[in-house]
Design a protein around this ligand. Structure first.
Ligand code: 3HC
Length: 297
């Protein structure tokens, strides 16, 4: 089946990035949010990103306009009924996701592929909320922040995903301009399986006094050529999100490397969520950013 019409559920950071990517790649894209205000907010973020690409000459003004014209915002599930694929990027709450999928299953055409952008919840558990026929058409499509820039998409299959649906989804990932990697539905897939223990270890290193915030970040940035140090990356992803993912992974595997360190928990309890709240390992309310003063002993 050729995927032509794309639906996106949720227009937050990830949903907006996915919608932008799909529309830029030439797909008619309908984005559903709970209120018009929310999809308008997401579309404003898309516009800002397109402006950055246009200013650099990565896209022409014509491409910018075409991308805009391919995007439709809605608050109604019914507008997604004839989509070939629906990519869900709503809140990371299994119950909410299951309720949404159940509703969509009843109104979408039988061919529609359901895809979740979850980073750590089980695709199988979401899939189980849909009818037996749909279960074969259920996959994970895990994108990376910032979606318009990051080249990877993890395409995840469950034990029930039909082979042709999986191949169509991998091909769709390529048509989005991404590099798809194949993964099975094991918590964290490939990237978070490897990335989360590394990020948690960097916090443990800070707790143990191995190095300062800046030195730990510089060590990995300059010593390994990573675009960001692990603590900056934690602030970028969101420390609340990192904590949440670590908890899920620890519950699944019961291995210490996935256990959120006490410092991470305390920073989340104190409201230090990273960039989104203004402070995390660094204080973003000041320019240039400096490490947030914290009593570590
Ligand atoms: N849209 C368009 N352009 C953007 C953009 C956006 N959303 N965000 C950044 N850019 C552009 C900037 O304009 C800039 O352009 P220029 O080079 O022409 O000036 C360029 O990208 C670089 O941006 P910055 O100068 O602001 O900063 P960096 O050079 O540090 O690049 C970055 C930013 C691309 C985010 C880079 O730091 C990076 O790759 N960081 C790692 C990100 C990462 O690891 N993401 C994965 C997180 S894990 C995840 O998402 C999974 C989840 O499950 C947890």
């Amino acid at each position: 089946m050729e995927i032509k019409k794309v639906g996106v559920l949720g227009c937050g950071l990830m949903g907006a990035g996915i919608a932008q990517t799909a529309a830029s790649a030439g797909f008619e894209t309908t984005v559903r949010e709970v209120s018009e205000e929310l999809w308008q907010k997401g579309f404003a973020a898309i516009e800002k990103s397109l402006e950055r690409f246009a200013a650099k000459g990565t896209i022409t003004p014509e491409q910018q306009k075409q991308t805009r014209d391919r995007l439709f915002g809605t608050t109604s599930f019914d507008d997604l009924a004839d989509c070939d694929i629906i990519i869900e990027a709503i809140i990371e709450n299994l119950g909410e996701k299951q309720t949404t999928y159940r509703q969509l299953d009843a109104i979408c055409k039988p061919e529609t592929i359901f895809a979740s952008n979850t980073s750590s919840l089980s695709i199988t558990e979401m899939m189980a909320a849909t009818s037996q026929k749909r279960q074969q058409r259920f996959i994970g499509m895990h994108f990376f922040n910032p979606v318009p820039l990051m080249k990877l998409v993890e395409v995840v299959r469950t034990i029930l995903t039909a082979p042709d649906v999986y191949e169509d989804s991998v091909a769709f990932g390529k048509n989005l301009g991404k590099v798809p990697v194949r993964a099975s539905d094991k918590t964290g897939f490939i990237v978070n399986r490897l990335l989360v223990p590394y990020m948690l270890d960097s916090i443990r290193a800070l707790e143990e006094g191995v190095g300062s915030v800046v030195d730990i970040d510089n060590a990995m940035k300059l010593g390994c050529g990573y675009p960001m140090g692990p603590l900056t990356l934690g602030d970028f992803v969101g420390l609340d999100t990192t904590y949440y993912i670590a908890e899920i992974m620890f519950n699944e595997f019961r291995e210490k490397r996935f256990a959120p360190p006490p410092l991470l928990k305390r920073m989340v309890m104190a409201g230090l969520y990273g960039r989104k709240s203004g402070r995390g390992f660094y204080d973003y309310t000041k320019d240039p950013k400096n490490p947030t003063p914290m009593n570590l002993v």
